[in-house]
Design a protein around this ligand. Structure first.
Ligand SMILES: *Cc1c(COP(=O)(O)O)cnc(C)c1O
Length: 371
Protein backbone atom coordinates (compact mmCIF):
# COMPACT_ATOMS: atom_id res chain seq x y z
CA UNK A 1 0.00 0.00 0.00
CA UNK A 2 1.36 3.37 -0.98
CA UNK A 3 -1.60 5.41 0.28
CA UNK A 4 -4.53 5.48 2.65
CA UNK A 5 -6.92 3.37 0.66
CA UNK A 6 -7.11 1.75 -2.74
CA UNK A 7 -9.87 0.29 -4.92
CA UNK A 8 -8.43 -2.66 -6.80
CA UNK A 9 -10.40 -3.38 -9.97
CA UNK A 10 -10.08 -6.84 -11.50
CA UNK A 11 -10.72 -6.29 -15.21
CA UNK A 12 -10.49 -10.03 -15.94
CA UNK A 13 -13.54 -10.41 -13.71
CA UNK A 14 -15.38 -7.73 -15.71
CA UNK A 15 -14.45 -9.50 -18.94
CA UNK A 16 -15.65 -12.86 -17.61
CA UNK A 17 -18.87 -11.37 -16.23
CA UNK A 18 -19.52 -9.76 -19.65
CA UNK A 19 -18.99 -13.14 -21.33
CA UNK A 20 -21.40 -14.77 -18.87
CA UNK A 21 -24.06 -12.10 -19.52
CA UNK A 22 -23.56 -12.31 -23.29
CA UNK A 23 -24.19 -16.08 -23.03
CA UNK A 24 -27.26 -15.52 -20.87
CA UNK A 25 -28.54 -13.04 -23.46
CA UNK A 26 -28.51 -15.69 -26.19
CA UNK A 27 -28.93 -14.03 -29.55
CA UNK A 28 -29.41 -10.58 -28.04
CA UNK A 29 -26.50 -8.16 -27.96
CA UNK A 30 -24.95 -7.10 -24.67
CA UNK A 31 -24.92 -3.35 -23.98
CA UNK A 32 -22.49 -2.63 -21.14
CA UNK A 33 -23.82 0.08 -18.83
CA UNK A 34 -20.85 2.10 -17.58
CA UNK A 35 -22.60 5.19 -16.19
CA UNK A 36 -21.43 6.80 -12.96
CA UNK A 37 -17.80 6.04 -13.76
CA UNK A 38 -18.62 2.40 -14.33
CA UNK A 39 -20.51 2.15 -10.99
CA UNK A 40 -17.34 3.48 -9.35
CA UNK A 41 -14.96 1.08 -11.10
CA UNK A 42 -13.55 3.49 -13.73
CA UNK A 43 -15.64 3.88 -16.90
CA UNK A 44 -13.06 3.58 -19.68
CA UNK A 45 -11.14 0.54 -18.38
CA UNK A 46 -14.32 -1.39 -17.59
CA UNK A 47 -15.82 -0.44 -20.96
CA UNK A 48 -12.77 -1.91 -22.70
CA UNK A 49 -12.92 -5.05 -20.57
CA UNK A 50 -16.65 -5.48 -21.22
CA UNK A 51 -16.13 -5.12 -24.98
CA UNK A 52 -13.32 -7.68 -24.79
CA UNK A 53 -15.74 -10.04 -23.00
CA UNK A 54 -18.36 -9.79 -25.71
CA UNK A 55 -20.31 -6.56 -25.14
CA UNK A 56 -21.24 -4.91 -28.44
CA UNK A 57 -22.43 -1.51 -27.23
CA UNK A 58 -22.00 0.89 -24.33
CA UNK A 59 -24.45 3.02 -22.37
CA UNK A 60 -24.03 5.95 -19.99
CA UNK A 61 -26.38 8.34 -18.21
CA UNK A 62 -24.94 11.71 -19.19
CA UNK A 63 -23.33 13.55 -22.11
CA UNK A 64 -20.21 14.24 -20.05
CA UNK A 65 -19.83 10.48 -19.52
CA UNK A 66 -20.12 9.90 -23.28
CA UNK A 67 -17.51 12.58 -23.96
CA UNK A 68 -15.17 10.98 -21.44
CA UNK A 69 -15.39 7.59 -23.18
CA UNK A 70 -14.84 9.11 -26.61
CA UNK A 71 -11.90 11.05 -25.19
CA UNK A 72 -10.44 7.78 -23.92
CA UNK A 73 -10.55 6.42 -27.46
CA UNK A 74 -13.65 4.23 -27.23
CA UNK A 75 -15.50 4.11 -30.55
CA UNK A 76 -18.58 2.09 -31.41
CA UNK A 77 -22.23 2.42 -30.45
CA UNK A 78 -22.72 4.46 -27.29
CA UNK A 79 -26.11 5.42 -25.86
CA UNK A 80 -26.82 8.31 -23.50
CA UNK A 81 -29.87 7.05 -21.59
CA UNK A 82 -30.68 10.09 -19.45
CA UNK A 83 -32.45 13.36 -20.22
CA UNK A 84 -30.60 16.08 -22.15
CA UNK A 85 -31.03 19.84 -21.86
CA UNK A 86 -29.95 22.85 -23.93
CA UNK A 87 -26.51 22.50 -25.41
CA UNK A 88 -26.25 18.85 -24.41
CA UNK A 89 -28.03 17.76 -27.59
CA UNK A 90 -25.29 19.26 -29.76
CA UNK A 91 -22.60 17.82 -27.49
CA UNK A 92 -24.18 14.37 -27.82
CA UNK A 93 -24.12 14.73 -31.61
CA UNK A 94 -20.49 15.85 -31.52
CA UNK A 95 -19.66 12.78 -29.40
CA UNK A 96 -21.44 10.58 -31.96
CA UNK A 97 -23.66 9.32 -29.15
CA UNK A 98 -27.07 7.76 -29.59
CA UNK A 99 -29.76 9.41 -27.48
CA UNK A 100 -33.04 8.37 -25.87
CA UNK A 101 -36.14 10.45 -26.63
CA UNK A 102 -39.73 10.19 -25.38
CA UNK A 103 -41.43 13.40 -26.52
CA UNK A 104 -41.84 15.10 -29.91
CA UNK A 105 -39.87 18.03 -28.44
CA UNK A 106 -36.95 15.77 -27.55
CA UNK A 107 -37.09 14.25 -30.98
CA UNK A 108 -36.95 17.71 -32.58
CA UNK A 109 -33.95 18.62 -30.42
CA UNK A 110 -32.19 15.42 -31.49
CA UNK A 111 -33.10 16.06 -35.15
CA UNK A 112 -31.53 19.52 -34.98
CA UNK A 113 -28.21 17.70 -34.70
CA UNK A 114 -28.34 17.21 -38.48
CA UNK A 115 -28.08 14.05 -40.48
CA UNK A 116 -29.57 10.76 -39.38
CA UNK A 117 -29.06 11.22 -35.66
CA UNK A 118 -29.52 7.77 -34.02
CA UNK A 119 -32.34 7.81 -31.47
CA UNK A 120 -33.99 5.24 -29.20
CA UNK A 121 -37.70 5.81 -28.55
CA UNK A 122 -38.25 5.31 -24.85
CA UNK A 123 -41.59 3.96 -23.64
CA UNK A 124 -42.91 3.95 -20.08
CA UNK A 125 -44.33 0.48 -19.47
CA UNK A 126 -44.59 0.79 -15.70
CA UNK A 127 -41.49 2.44 -14.27
CA UNK A 128 -43.38 5.73 -14.20
CA UNK A 129 -40.21 7.73 -14.66
CA UNK A 130 -38.84 8.63 -18.12
CA UNK A 131 -40.54 7.43 -21.31
CA UNK A 132 -43.72 8.05 -23.27
CA UNK A 133 -46.91 6.81 -21.66
CA UNK A 134 -49.06 4.55 -23.86
CA UNK A 135 -51.47 7.35 -24.81
CA UNK A 136 -48.55 9.52 -25.95
CA UNK A 137 -46.82 6.88 -28.07
CA UNK A 138 -48.77 7.55 -31.32
CA UNK A 139 -47.72 11.23 -31.40
CA UNK A 140 -44.11 10.28 -30.63
CA UNK A 141 -44.13 7.62 -33.35
CA UNK A 142 -45.61 10.06 -35.90
CA UNK A 143 -42.96 12.66 -35.09
CA UNK A 144 -40.23 10.01 -35.30
CA UNK A 145 -41.49 8.69 -38.63
CA UNK A 146 -41.60 12.25 -39.96
CA UNK A 147 -38.04 13.02 -38.84
CA UNK A 148 -36.81 9.69 -40.15
CA UNK A 149 -38.48 10.43 -43.51
CA UNK A 150 -36.77 13.83 -43.56
CA UNK A 151 -33.44 12.12 -42.89
CA UNK A 152 -32.70 14.02 -39.68
CA UNK A 153 -32.99 11.00 -37.35
CA UNK A 154 -32.75 7.26 -37.56
CA UNK A 155 -34.76 5.23 -35.04
CA UNK A 156 -32.22 2.59 -33.98
CA UNK A 157 -33.92 1.46 -30.78
CA UNK A 158 -37.20 0.97 -28.93
CA UNK A 159 -36.59 0.83 -25.21
CA UNK A 160 -38.22 0.59 -21.81
CA UNK A 161 -37.04 -0.14 -18.27
CA UNK A 162 -38.16 -2.66 -15.64
CA UNK A 163 -39.14 -1.41 -12.18
CA UNK A 164 -39.03 -4.72 -10.32
CA UNK A 165 -36.84 -7.20 -12.23
CA UNK A 166 -34.92 -7.89 -9.00
CA UNK A 167 -38.06 -8.89 -7.06
CA UNK A 168 -38.57 -12.60 -7.63
CA UNK A 169 -40.97 -13.02 -4.69
CA UNK A 170 -43.64 -10.93 -3.01
CA UNK A 171 -46.36 -8.72 -4.37
CA UNK A 172 -44.21 -7.30 -7.18
CA UNK A 173 -43.00 -10.66 -8.50
CA UNK A 174 -45.41 -10.61 -11.43
CA UNK A 175 -44.88 -7.02 -12.51
CA UNK A 176 -41.81 -7.67 -14.64
CA UNK A 177 -43.84 -10.08 -16.79
CA UNK A 178 -46.61 -7.50 -17.07
CA UNK A 179 -44.16 -4.83 -18.25
CA UNK A 180 -42.60 -7.27 -20.72
CA UNK A 181 -46.04 -8.02 -22.22
CA UNK A 182 -46.83 -4.31 -22.56
CA UNK A 183 -43.45 -3.60 -24.13
CA UNK A 184 -43.63 -6.48 -26.60
CA UNK A 185 -47.06 -5.32 -27.74
CA UNK A 186 -45.92 -1.72 -28.13
CA UNK A 187 -42.73 -2.73 -29.94
CA UNK A 188 -44.68 -5.02 -32.27
CA UNK A 189 -46.91 -2.07 -33.14
CA UNK A 190 -43.97 0.23 -33.88
CA UNK A 191 -41.75 -2.29 -35.67
CA UNK A 192 -43.31 -1.97 -39.14
CA UNK A 193 -42.59 1.77 -39.12
CA UNK A 194 -39.06 1.39 -37.75
CA UNK A 195 -37.78 -1.93 -39.09
CA UNK A 196 -34.16 -1.22 -38.14
CA UNK A 197 -34.92 -0.54 -34.47
CA UNK A 198 -33.65 -2.94 -31.82
CA UNK A 199 -35.98 -3.60 -28.88
CA UNK A 200 -34.50 -3.56 -25.37
CA UNK A 201 -35.85 -3.58 -21.85
CA UNK A 202 -33.73 -6.04 -19.80
CA UNK A 203 -31.33 -4.91 -17.07
CA UNK A 204 -28.98 -7.31 -15.24
CA UNK A 205 -31.69 -8.87 -13.08
CA UNK A 206 -34.00 -9.49 -16.04
CA UNK A 207 -31.15 -10.93 -18.12
CA UNK A 208 -30.32 -13.45 -15.40
CA UNK A 209 -33.95 -14.13 -14.54
CA UNK A 210 -35.75 -14.65 -17.85
CA UNK A 211 -34.14 -15.34 -21.25
CA UNK A 212 -37.43 -14.27 -22.87
CA UNK A 213 -36.79 -10.70 -21.71
CA UNK A 214 -33.55 -10.37 -23.68
CA UNK A 215 -35.26 -9.36 -26.98
CA UNK A 216 -32.64 -7.71 -29.26
CA UNK A 217 -30.34 -6.07 -26.70
CA UNK A 218 -29.79 -6.40 -22.93
CA UNK A 219 -28.52 -3.43 -20.90
CA UNK A 220 -26.40 -4.77 -18.05
CA UNK A 221 -24.65 -2.77 -15.37
CA UNK A 222 -24.45 -4.21 -11.87
CA UNK A 223 -23.80 -7.83 -12.89
CA UNK A 224 -20.96 -6.71 -15.14
CA UNK A 225 -19.16 -5.64 -11.98
CA UNK A 226 -19.74 -9.00 -10.34
CA UNK A 227 -22.43 -7.77 -7.99
CA UNK A 228 -25.70 -9.65 -7.56
CA UNK A 229 -28.68 -7.68 -8.92
CA UNK A 230 -30.85 -9.62 -6.45
CA UNK A 231 -28.71 -8.48 -3.50
CA UNK A 232 -27.63 -11.99 -2.50
CA UNK A 233 -24.42 -13.87 -3.28
CA UNK A 234 -23.02 -13.09 -6.76
CA UNK A 235 -21.22 -16.45 -6.79
CA UNK A 236 -24.62 -18.16 -7.06
CA UNK A 237 -24.82 -16.81 -10.63
CA UNK A 238 -21.13 -17.40 -11.38
CA UNK A 239 -20.39 -13.66 -11.14
CA UNK A 240 -17.02 -12.49 -9.82
CA UNK A 241 -16.83 -9.20 -7.90
CA UNK A 242 -14.47 -6.80 -9.65
CA UNK A 243 -13.89 -4.29 -6.86
CA UNK A 244 -11.86 -4.73 -3.69
CA UNK A 245 -11.55 -1.84 -1.26
CA UNK A 246 -8.38 -2.12 0.79
CA UNK A 247 -6.56 -0.02 3.36
CA UNK A 248 -4.09 -0.77 6.13
CA UNK A 249 -3.52 -0.61 9.87
CA UNK A 250 -2.14 2.88 10.47
CA UNK A 251 -1.97 2.70 14.27
CA UNK A 252 -2.69 0.23 17.06
CA UNK A 253 -3.21 0.93 20.71
CA UNK A 254 -4.30 -0.97 23.75
CA UNK A 255 -7.57 0.34 25.16
CA UNK A 256 -8.39 -0.43 28.77
CA UNK A 257 -11.74 -1.71 29.96
CA UNK A 258 -14.46 1.05 30.06
CA UNK A 259 -12.42 3.48 27.94
CA UNK A 260 -14.18 4.86 24.85
CA UNK A 261 -13.11 5.20 21.24
CA UNK A 262 -14.17 7.83 18.71
CA UNK A 263 -16.70 10.66 18.33
CA UNK A 264 -19.60 10.63 20.73
CA UNK A 265 -17.99 7.85 22.79
CA UNK A 266 -20.27 5.47 20.90
CA UNK A 267 -18.13 2.47 21.79
CA UNK A 268 -16.68 1.55 25.15
CA UNK A 269 -14.35 -1.34 25.81
CA UNK A 270 -16.00 -4.18 27.70
CA UNK A 271 -12.50 -5.55 28.31
CA UNK A 272 -8.96 -4.50 27.57
CA UNK A 273 -8.36 -4.89 23.84
CA UNK A 274 -6.24 -3.79 20.88
CA UNK A 275 -7.86 -1.23 18.59
CA UNK A 276 -6.54 -0.42 15.13
CA UNK A 277 -7.07 2.80 13.19
CA UNK A 278 -7.69 2.32 9.46
CA UNK A 279 -7.38 5.45 7.28
CA UNK A 280 -10.61 5.27 5.30
CA UNK A 281 -13.81 7.08 6.23
CA UNK A 282 -17.12 8.38 5.01
CA UNK A 283 -15.40 10.92 2.74
CA UNK A 284 -14.01 7.92 0.90
CA UNK A 285 -17.48 6.37 0.58
CA UNK A 286 -17.33 4.11 3.63
CA UNK A 287 -20.65 5.29 5.05
CA UNK A 288 -21.09 6.58 8.57
CA UNK A 289 -24.00 4.16 9.02
CA UNK A 290 -21.46 1.31 9.02
CA UNK A 291 -20.12 2.27 12.45
CA UNK A 292 -20.92 -0.47 14.97
CA UNK A 293 -22.37 -2.70 12.23
CA UNK A 294 -19.73 -3.64 9.66
CA UNK A 295 -16.85 -6.07 9.73
CA UNK A 296 -13.54 -5.88 7.87
CA UNK A 297 -10.84 -8.43 7.17
CA UNK A 298 -7.44 -8.27 8.79
CA UNK A 299 -5.00 -11.15 9.25
CA UNK A 300 -7.42 -13.34 7.28
CA UNK A 301 -10.21 -12.98 9.84
CA UNK A 302 -13.25 -10.78 10.39
CA UNK A 303 -13.11 -8.03 12.98
CA UNK A 304 -15.81 -5.49 13.90
CA UNK A 305 -15.82 -1.81 12.99
CA UNK A 306 -16.37 -0.06 16.32
CA UNK A 307 -17.49 3.43 17.31
CA UNK A 308 -18.34 6.14 14.80
CA UNK A 309 -17.00 6.09 11.25
CA UNK A 310 -15.16 9.41 10.88
CA UNK A 311 -14.58 11.41 7.72
CA UNK A 312 -11.09 10.00 7.25
CA UNK A 313 -10.77 7.02 9.59
CA UNK A 314 -12.46 3.99 11.07
CA UNK A 315 -11.52 2.01 14.18
CA UNK A 316 -11.65 -1.76 14.42
CA UNK A 317 -11.40 -4.07 17.41
CA UNK A 318 -8.58 -6.57 16.87
CA UNK A 319 -9.37 -8.28 20.19
CA UNK A 320 -7.08 -8.70 23.21
CA UNK A 321 -5.04 -11.34 21.42
CA UNK A 322 -5.06 -9.57 18.03
CA UNK A 323 -1.51 -9.78 16.74
CA UNK A 324 -1.88 -7.52 13.71
CA UNK A 325 0.31 -4.46 13.58
CA UNK A 326 0.99 -1.24 11.72
CA UNK A 327 1.14 -1.75 7.97
CA UNK A 328 -0.98 -4.88 7.81
CA UNK A 329 -3.56 -4.96 5.02
CA UNK A 330 -7.22 -4.33 5.86
CA UNK A 331 -9.91 -5.40 3.38
CA UNK A 332 -13.20 -3.50 3.61
CA UNK A 333 -14.71 -5.11 0.49
CA UNK A 334 -13.18 -8.19 -1.11
CA UNK A 335 -11.25 -11.28 -0.09
CA UNK A 336 -8.30 -11.97 2.18
CA UNK A 337 -7.24 -15.58 2.22
CA UNK A 338 -10.38 -17.65 2.60
CA UNK A 339 -12.38 -14.82 4.17
CA UNK A 340 -14.42 -12.36 2.15
CA UNK A 341 -16.75 -9.40 2.56
CA UNK A 342 -19.06 -8.69 -0.36
CA UNK A 343 -20.54 -5.38 -1.48
CA UNK A 344 -23.91 -7.03 -0.80
CA UNK A 345 -22.99 -7.54 2.87
CA UNK A 346 -21.77 -3.96 3.20
CA UNK A 347 -25.05 -2.83 1.59
CA UNK A 348 -27.09 -4.83 4.12
CA UNK A 349 -25.10 -3.36 7.04
CA UNK A 350 -25.74 0.17 5.88
CA UNK A 351 -29.33 -0.35 4.75
CA UNK A 352 -28.85 0.16 1.02
CA UNK A 353 -28.14 -1.77 -2.19
CA UNK A 354 -24.81 -2.94 -3.63
CA UNK A 355 -25.12 -0.35 -6.43
CA UNK A 356 -24.78 2.47 -3.94
CA UNK A 357 -21.85 0.82 -2.17
CA UNK A 358 -19.55 0.73 -5.21
CA UNK A 359 -20.77 4.07 -6.61
CA UNK A 360 -20.05 5.70 -3.25
CA UNK A 361 -16.32 4.89 -3.27
CA UNK A 362 -15.09 8.43 -3.68
CA UNK A 363 -12.58 10.23 -5.89
CA UNK A 364 -10.10 10.35 -3.00
CA UNK A 365 -9.62 6.59 -3.41
CA UNK A 366 -7.34 5.76 -6.35
CA UNK A 367 -8.39 2.93 -8.65
CA UNK A 368 -5.77 0.34 -9.55
CA UNK A 369 -6.83 -1.70 -12.58
CA UNK A 370 -5.33 -5.07 -13.35
CA UNK A 371 -6.04 -8.07 -15.52
C1 LIG B 1 -28.59 1.79 -15.01
C2 LIG B 1 -29.51 1.31 -16.05
C3 LIG B 1 -29.43 0.00 -16.51
C4 LIG B 1 -28.52 -1.05 -15.89
O1 LIG B 1 -29.17 -1.63 -14.78
P1 LIG B 1 -28.47 -2.79 -13.89
O2 LIG B 1 -29.50 -3.13 -12.90
O3 LIG B 1 -27.26 -2.14 -13.28
O4 LIG B 1 -28.12 -3.88 -14.82
C5 LIG B 1 -30.24 -0.37 -17.56
N1 LIG B 1 -31.10 0.52 -18.12
C6 LIG B 1 -31.22 1.77 -17.68
C7 LIG B 1 -32.19 2.70 -18.33
C8 LIG B 1 -30.44 2.22 -16.63
O5 LIG B 1 -30.57 3.47 -16.18
Amino acid sequence: MSGRALARIDLAAVRDNAALLARAAGRAELMAVVKADGYGHGAAPVARAALAGGARRLAVATVAEAEELRGAGLGGPLLVMGPLAGGEWARAAAARAEVAVWTPEGLAAAAAGGARRPVHLKLDTGMGRLGARPEDVPALADAAAGAAGAGTVEVVGLMSHFATADEVAGENAGFMGEQLLRFRAAAAGLRPRFPGARAHIANSAATLRDPAAALDVVRCGIALYGCDPFGADPAAHGLRPAMSLVSYVASVKTIRSRESVGYGRRWRAARGTRVAVVPVGYADGYARALGGRAEVLVGGRRVPVIGAVSMDQVTVDLGPEGAEGVGDEVVLIGAQGEARVTAEEVAAWRGTINYEVTCAVGPRVPRAHSG
